[in-house]
Design a protein around this ligand. Structure first.
Ligand code: NDP
Ligand code: OXD
Length: 309
């Protein structure tokens, strides 16, 4: 038996027939209809309610309907012996590239400055800037970050990356470790963060690190909100050290109504839409993974709990 749960009942209704078609050998249930919790072997979920897993004694695995699993890893009701599987790309890398590309292109073409000029009724041309004039640092070179880095390179930007482990990537300079991060920051006109939230990355983007960016740089955060100290960001934007920011994720979501980020002229706020799970692709990937498990093959996208992602 597989339990399918997301907080939005309409979404559950949309997913259910797709999963039933893709996995005809399994029985499915939803939380509302759950009669025999002891029969549930797998949960497919995004945002499961507190305590859910503790009520499922036969649980063999949890499939996340997303790439980031920080919320699942923090759960006290989920035994560390139960594997968590996450989505690998599943169409999210291409969306994330578009999201970051939009920000980088706006920065390159001074659109943030022109928006402010428009608000002030100012007609003033700025010198042209080409992609090769803009250095982009990408934090996170995983399924999504590497696609972002490669896509921006193909656009002509000068791209460098940062990851936890050392990476040898053809034609893509990359760094790891604290010293590596400082080097990357010093050479990034745009810093694009697509890191997971882990005990090592929470609070990473603090005032000291943001101050290492060149004057007039841009920050894009589409990883997780708790990576960034929002007050520190506001401080470096107010001082003019940073020119602008494009933020998709926040320490608390939805972003609080009284957050200064909403109205800051240098900030673009989006409601966690940089890369949305695509239903068909998610179903196909999870079904293929469950079939692998049924055949005794190793599953893909296994979360490594000790790393936190
Ligand atoms: P992956 O696990 O494939 O990649 C994670 C990357 O981050 C890896 O390159 C990893 O390094 C690096 N990393 C992890 N910890 C550290 C660290 N301490 N220091 C430096 N680098 C680190 O994840 P995905 O690419 O699939 O997704 C990344 C994140 O994007 C998700 O966890 C989620 O938070 C976010 N996301 C946001 C979405 C949105 O709509 N805003 C949508 C989808 C995802 P290494 O290569 O050495 O393992
Ligand atoms: C994800 C997300 O991690 O949408 O998949 O944030």
């Amino acid at each position: 038996m597989i339990l399918l749960h997301t907080p939005n009942p309409k979404e559950v209704g949309a997913y259910l027939p797709l999963f039933r078609d893709a996995l005809p050998a399994f029985d499915f249930t939803t939380l509302d209809a759950l009669a025999e919790p002891e029969q549930v072997r797998y949960v497919i979920t995004w945002g499961p309610p507190p305590g859910l897993f503790a009520a499922l004694p036969a649980l063999e695995g949890v499939f996340a309907l997303g790439a980031g699993v920080d919320k699942l890893l923090g759960r006290e009701d989920l035994s560390p012996n139960v594997p968590i599987y996450r989505l690998l790309d599943g169409g999210m890398a291409a969306q994330m590239l578009e999201y970051v590309r939009y920000g980088v292109l706006s920065y390159q073409r001074h659109m943030d400055v022109y928006r402010r000029q428009q608000a002030a009724g100012v007609w003033k041309m700025l010198p042209p800037r080409q992609p090769q004039d803009v250095r982009v640092g990408v934090l996170g070179l995983g399924e999504i970050g590497l696609a972002v880095a490669r896509g921006l390179q193909a656009d002509g930007y000068r791209v460098q990356g940062w990851s936890r482990s050392p990476r040898q990537l053809a034609d893509l300079p990359s760094y790891h470790g604290r010293e590596g991060l400082l080097s990357l920051l010093a050479g990034s006109d745009v810093l694009a963060c697509v890191l997971p939230s882990t005990p090592e990355t929470i609070g990473l983007l603090d005032e000291a690190l943001l101050a290492r960016l060149p004057a007039g740089a841009m920050l894009i955060n589409a990883g997780r909100g708790d990576l960034l100290d929002e007050q520190a960001l506001l401080a470096v934007l107010d001082s003019g050290q940073l020119r602008c920011a494009q933020l998709d994720v926040f320490a608390s979501e939805p972003l609080a109504a009284d957050s200064r980020l909403w109205h800051h002229p240098a900030v673009t706020v989006t409601p966690h839409i940089a890369a949305i799970t695509l239903r068909q692709q998610a179903v196909a990937q999870i079904a293929a993974n469950l079939n692998r498990l049924q055949q005794g093959l190793p599953a893909l996208g296994v979360v490594q709990r000790q790393r936190g992602y």
